[in-house]
Structure formats: C-alpha cells, structure tokens
Design a protein around this ligand. Structure first.
Ligand SMILES: Cc1cc2nc3c(=O)[nH]c(=O)nc-3n(C[C@H](O)[C@H](O)[C@H](O)COP(=O)(O)OP(=O)(O)OC[C@H]3O[C@@H](n4cnc5c(N)ncnc54)[C@H](O)[C@@H]3O)c2cc1C
Length: 552
C-alpha cells in the first residue's frame, strides 16, 4: 500500500454494520479507521432481534455466547404475545424458547432449523457494546468517536475523507484505499454519491405505516400489573391506539412504540402525554420513568440504486431501509459487512481479483431487494389488519371479534417470527464469483429452508460426531470440504491456492450423512460460509479458484 495512506479502509459510522466490517477487516490485520460522530455508545434499544444467521456469524468470530448472555435473563421466554390492551385480553401467543433453552434445542433440530445457532432476542444497544469491544480489540482498528465525516471523494488511486471533531476542535483529511459509508439511514455518503433510494417510502397502514414514537422506560411494577405470562414482545391491537413493546432486560426496562395519529408530532408530545398514551395501551395507570424517547418512520422498503462508485461503497442502512417487521434491517446490515469484509481483505492481501469488489453490489443488492420485500409483506400482514370496533366489547360480538383477531395474529406470528427460509435461504445465484453446477436452487420461501449445497447458498449445516458444529471446523478463509468415507483428491486445490496466495483449509468430514447432505465429494466454502463450488473431482481446480477469488 502507498506510504501516504492513513489506513486501507475508512469506515464512516460505528453502528452494527461499520463495527462488524471493522471486525472482519481487523481480524485479518487490515488497517482500518472508523469515524463515528457520536461521542458515546448508543443508548436507545433500537433493533430487538438478532437472526440465527447473524448469530452464526458471531459464532464464527467467537463471540456468539457473549451475545447470547446479553439482554433478557437466561430463562426468560421470548414469546410474542398479542393483546387488545396489555392488562386485558390476550389474543394470541407464539411461544419461543429462552436463551438457555435455545442453546440446547438447536442441537436437536433438523430440516429448516438445521443450524449452529437459533435467533437471540436482545436490544441492539447491548449488541453494539460487544461489537465495539471486539473491533477495538483488533490491533489494526482505530475507532475515532466524536469525529464526523464531512466530505468523501476519490483521487486517482485513493479516497480522501475529510473529518472534523463534533466539538469543532480539530479537522483532518484521511487517506485510504477504500471508504465505506456505513453511516445509517440519512447516509451523507449516499447523498455524496447522488444515489436515490428506490422503492416504497410512504406506506400507510393501520399500524407500522407512518411516523412512530418510541419510548424507552423503566418500571419495576409493570410485570405485576400485566397478569398474563411474560413475553419478549407485547403487541397491542385495538381500534383506539396500536403499539408494540419489547422487554429490554426482563426486569424493569422496556421499549414502547406507537404510531402517531394525524396531527400528532413527536416533538410536541410532552412526557406526561407520552405516559398517557402508554396508559391507554396498557389499560391501566402506572407511573413509569422515561429513560429516552425517539421518533422514526415505519413504512420504508427502500434500496439505494447502487452500492458502489469506484473506491466508495455503501453498506447497511445507508444502502437499504426497512420497516422493522421481521427484524431484518440490522441483520441485513451485518451480512453486508460480512460479505464485504473478506473481499476487501482479499484485495489487500493480494489474492483477490477485481471482480471480487464488484460482486459485493451484485450479491447484496439482490438480497436487499429480497429482504425489504419480505419485511414489507410482514408489515402488510400485521399492520394492515384493522381491528373491528367491537373487539374490546364484553358481549358475544366482542368475544367473536377477538377470536377472529387471535386467529389472524397467531397465523401472522408464525409467518413473521419463524423465518428460517429468510434467514438461511438468501442466495447469490448469478454472482460472477459463484461457479454453478447446473442444479436448481431450492425455492425461496419465508418459513421453510431446504438445506442445499447448490453453489450460491449457505453451506448446509450439520453437527459433527465430536459434537462440534461443522462451522466450527471450517477455516477462517476458504475451506475445501472433503465429504464421505473415501476422501477425494484435494492436492490440485491446495496447489492452485498456493499459487494464488489464497488461504485454503482442507477439512475432512467423514460419514455418508455429510456426503448425502452436500450431494458431492468436494465442496468449496467461502469465508462467509457460502458454497462457491461443488464437484466430485478436483479437475479445473485452478480455474475454480481464480473465479471465486474474482480473477478474470
Ligand atoms: C425503533 C427501531 C427499531 C428497530 N428494530 C429492528 C429490529 O427489530 N431488527 C432489525 O434488524 N432492525 C431493526 N431496526 C433497524 C436497525 O436499527 C438498523 O437497521 C441498524 O441500526 C442499521 O445499522 P447500520 O450500522 O447500518 O446503521 P446505524 O445503526 O444507523 O449506524 C450508522 C452510524 O453512522 C453514524 N454516522 C452517520 N453519519 C456520520 C458521519 N457523517 N460521520 C460519522 N458518523 C456518522 C451514526 O452516528 C451511526 O452511529 C430498528 C430501527 C429502529 C429505529
């Protein structure tokens, strides 16, 4: 790298996306500077759900257990429950395991939930603490908190990011080889590149279509006031005021979101009025301490027209905006970082070709389109349901209306909160760095995932005889799996990898179960655990490796 550069990659924004990218690069020894305008870590709960695939990536990096210990107590159920008001009728409940149970259950599941990790329900503010510490632990990562990027531009062979301290006390011009705008929904980087967000921005729904008020509050009495069994997420469905509330720590912290009505403005709602709104949804009066408030827009399904211009890339909310149904925004942001991290590192390490960085946009733009569409379908399903006026009545009409609502909500909960198809089924078919083998990928589906080693999808998971996850046995970079009882020849791959300077681990997985699962004797797995190629013989190994490493 040219001597006058301050680092290889300048990341703008230390949200989950920027931090995860810093970890992926830092673990590979790539010099990174992360600029973050906030001076202190995030304190608002924001996202509530870490999907199973994100947990698998945290496992790959060695901190899934640390994440799973965060948030709710280990034995706290992560049920999703629907009420008219929180203290009145329970309409539906989808039962989900506690963190403690999730660890044990995952070892027994097959089919759609054949995975190394189950999801974890936990506030983003806790997760960001771990991601930040993990990034800071990398010797080559420097996080500059309180620094705002004010301009980003490319020169002939580099990027320049102009930054200033938010208190105005300092100004700097940083030079790197690449800049990544992980700078969130309002992304100044995206605006600099002049890329529009394409899609739906003003969906109007009975709920989750419009301006939302979020209140993070403390109450040690709330569980005593709500007589129903504890849940992780509490939805209120009634004709007067709809809301959702998540338990943040399982003891006394909660985050409550309600949709503002025509004429209401978050900034003009006093704390007393905000509490009155909460009391209306609770169906009781209970004094709570407001910790923080925030306002946000529900109803987005937007994707930036492009994710890259030359040496400047976009990732996370900077590249796509979701309605939070399905909990896909933060998870898609993390997977962007995973996809981009190894590719950027490969270019700096010298084995990555030009097509590698190009493939980031090809692969992730399609996933952003897919995931925003799924999130929108969830929002339509739950937010488009209009509670009838008699829903809360005591008589037979009220009872019947609650049954209809309950049936709809129970079916909806299964649709939105049991999504192995979305979380494991994202694919990179058609990517120039995937080698197709002529087989058809399984159909894309929300709730069903069919494990398949058809190149372009997540490597099918299995538990090894020694009790480890297959993923724990993979190398950190590329892995050639030799499957079955008679291991195929691997030497041509090892020789070709050495010639390219590409790190390649060869891992034997004996037994017919693995061979049957992969339907091949050999499978080449990328650093992000995607199948890049499979076959029964190593013929053409050099061409395969050149292609998956982005060489012409
Ligand atoms: C109320 C709410 C609930 C949500 N619930 C969910 C959920 O359940 N599941 C889910 O998956 N997602 C959810 N989301 C979405 C989730 O929070 C985002 O998708 C996620 O934070 C995106 O991560 P990011 O790193 O891309 O962006 P961000 O988290 O927005 O991080 C961007 C960072 O860039 C910094 N920055 C911006 N401009 C500059 C600059 N010029 N210089 C330096 N720094 C800058 C910002 O300060 C910020 O820290 C929710 C969001 C909200 C608001």
């Amino acid at each position: 790298m040219a001597g006058e550069r301050d680092c290889a990659v300048i990341i703008i924004g230390a949200g989950p996306c920027g931090l995860m990218l810093a970890i992926e690069l830092g673990r590979r020894g790539i010099p990174v500077i992360v600029l973050e305008e906030k001076t202190s870590p995030a304190r608002f709960p924001a996202a509530n759900a870490t999907q199973a695939r994100t947990m698998e990536h945290y496992r790959r990096l060695g901190f899934a257990e640390e994440i799973r210990a965060l948030g709710l107590p280990p034995d706290y159920p992560t049920d999703i429950a629907y009420f008219d008001r929180y203290t009145r009728h329970e309409l539906a409940r989808f039962r989900l395991p506690s963190a403690q149970a999730a660890r044990a259950i995952i070892r027994t599941l097959t089919g759609s939930w054949s995975a190394a990790e189950l999801p974890h329900r936990c506030s983003q503010m806790y997760i960001e603490g771990v991601l930040r510490a993990q990034a800071q632990a990398c010797a080559t990562v420097s996080i500059r908190a309180g620094w705002r990027a004010v301009a980003v531009r490319t020169t002939a062979d580099a990027v320049e990011v102009e930054a200033e301290r938010v208190d105005g006390s300092a100004h700097a011009i940083l030079r790197g080889s690449y800049a990544v705008g992980a700078d969130g929904a309002g992304s100044p980087t995206r605006k600099t590149l002049g890329y529009d967000l394409i899609g739906e921005s003003g969906a109007v729904r009975n709920f989750l279509g419009g301006r939302m008020l979020a209140i993070h509050f403390r109450s040690s009495e709330l569980y005593n006031v709500i007589a129903h069994p504890r849940a992780w997420m509490y939805w209120a469905v009634n004709p007067v005021r709809r809301a959702l509330m998540a338990s943040v720590n399982g003891r006394d912290e909660f985050v409550f979101h309600t949709q503002l009505r025509e004429g209401e403005e978050a900034g003009r709602i006093s704390d007393a009025q905000a509490k009155a709104i909460f009391h209306l949804v609770l169906g009781a009066r209970l004094d709570v301490d407001i910790i923080a408030r925030s306002a946000w827009n529900a109803g987005y399904a937007l994707v930036a027209e492009k994710f890259r211009r030359g040496r400047i890339l976009l990732a996370g909310d900077a590249a796509h905006l979701f309605t939070p149904t399905g909990g896909l925004g933060y998870n898609t942001a993390v997977e962007d970082a995973v996809n981009l991290g190894w590719k950027l590192a490969a270019v700096f390490e010298g084995w990555g070709g030009a097509a590698l960085i190009d493939s980031y946009e090809t692969e992730r733009h399609a996933i952003a389109e897919r995931n925003t569409a799924y999130a929108r379908a969830f929002a339509d399903s739950v937010g488009g349901f209009v509670p009838p006026p008699e829903l809360e009545d005591d008589g037979a009409a009220g009872k019947a209306a609650r049954k209809v609502a309950g049936d709809h909500l129970e079916a909806h909960a299964r649709f939105e909160f049991d999504i192995p198809g979305i979380t494991f089924g994202g694919r990179y078919d058609g990517s120039p760095i995937i080698v197709p083998d002529g087989t058809l990928p399984p159909a894309d589906s929300v709730n069903d995932y069919l494990p398949s080693a058809c190149p372009g999808g997540r490597a099918p998971h299995l538990w090894l005889r020694d009790g480890r996850s297959l993923y724990d046995a993979l190398g950190f970079e590329f892995t050639l799996l030799r499957l079955g009882t008679r291991p195929a020849e691997a030497a041509p791959f090892a020789t070709a990898a050495a010639a390219l300077g590409m790190p390649l681990a060869v891992v034997d997985v004996a037994g017919e179960e693995a061979r049957d699962l992969y339907q091949a004797d050999l499978a080449l797995i990328r650093p992000d655990q995607i199948v890049a190629w499979r076959g029964n013989a190593p013929s053409g190994a050099a061409d395969v490796l050149r292609r998956v490493a982005g060489h012409p």
